[in-house]
Design a protein around this ligand. Structure first.
Ligand code: GDP
Length: 290
């Protein structure tokens, strides 16, 4: 199958050493067979209903045709025919807006909104994606003007840096402010292709992230879970990133009819960068052609 050979080539550029340890879904739900999600061989997947439940089918993917090497390493994402043109050649800062209605208007340009708790690694990930230092210099202090920052990529689509949530010492008023401001963006932005909700994989699931994920799910806002800091291995009894990810996915599972896409990243090692860009390309190309 053509798609498979195309992506086999893409996968083969990644050295084996950056392949992450994949969470074992056996322990997620005892009814789910031991499914290792990785690009190891091209044999046909068992496309049972259980397999489909844990994978995210990229647009245009026929579940009957899935092969293991169509699943992006370190993720549950099946890459389909819309993927391609994932390289970032140029990026320019366009503007900061403090109201949704002030955001750049161009119905042809889809956008990805980056969202997460403060300190989750959002600025680092944006800088790693665009391979430029300090592209994302968002205000990090609670109470400061909340801004939506638009970055134009390849003159054709946007990365949007949204204010972080969950400042440890933010006042109730600042929290409410964040909430109405950002919720307004999600509910009113027609050009939103997907929210990239960043979740720190070096700590156990946090209530504020689960609340945010569940709110987005309830409002049918397309989401990709981007787990950050997957390089961080704590000593002692602390859980490893893959265990935290498994726990998080288990907790949000009930609120989603279909499994949302998720991917492991590290801005320190570069893990997941190219895979995330490929996933974004398939969502974007599908959005453009819809
Ligand atoms: P933001 O507040 O979400 O924009 O977070 P930053 O990008 O400023 O990162 C917060 C802290 O986490 C900084 O100390 C970063 O160096 C650290 N950090 C960010 N990404 C990673 C990562 O992938 N791995 C590790 N180990 N640390 C990270």
């Amino acid at each position: 199958m053509q798609v498979v050979s195309k992506y086999s080539q893409i996968f083969s550029i990644f050295p084996h050493s950056i392949k992450p340890k994949i969470p074992n879904f056996q322990t997620l739900n005892p009814k789910i067979p031991n499914l290792r999600i990785n690009a190891l061989s091209s044999r046909t997947f068992n496309t049972s209903i259980l397999t489909k439940k844990v994978l995210f089918m990229g647009p245009g993917v026929d579940p009957e045709d899935i092969k293991e090497d169509m699943v992006l390493p370190g993720s549950n994402i099946v890459v389909g025919p819309y993927a391609g043109d994932a390289k970032i050649k140029e990026v320019e800062f366009v503007k900061s807006s403090n109201k949704v209605k002030d955001c750049p208007r161009n119905e042809e340009r889809g956008e990805f909104a980056m969202l997460g708790r403060s300190n989750v690694g959002k600025s680092s990930l944006i800088n790693a994606l665009v391979k430029k230092k300090e592209v994302a210099l968002t205000s990090k202090k609670p109470g400061k003007t909340q801004l939506i920052n638009h970055f134009l990529v390849n003159k054709s689509w946007y990365i949007v840096d949204l204010p972080g949530y969950g400042f440890a010492n933010a006042s109730e008023a600042a929290r409410m402010d964040w909430s109405s401001f950002t919720k307004g963006y999600f509910l009113n932005r027609d050009t939103l292709v997907s929210v990239l909700l960043l979740i720190d994989a070096s700590v156990p699931p946090q209530k504020i992230d689960l609340d945010c994920a569940n709110w987005l799910g309830r409002n049918n806002i397309p989401i990709t879970f981007v787990f950050t800091k997957c390089d961080k291995m704590k000593g002692g009894k602390a859980k490893r990133p893959d265990q935290n990810i498994r726990d998080f996915i288990e907790l949000i599972r009930q609120n989603y009819k279909h499994q949302p896409p998720w991917i492991m990243t590290s801005s320190v090692s570069g893990l997941g960068r190219d895979e995330l860009l490929l996933h974004m390309s398939q969502l974007r190309n599908y959005w453009n052609n819809e």
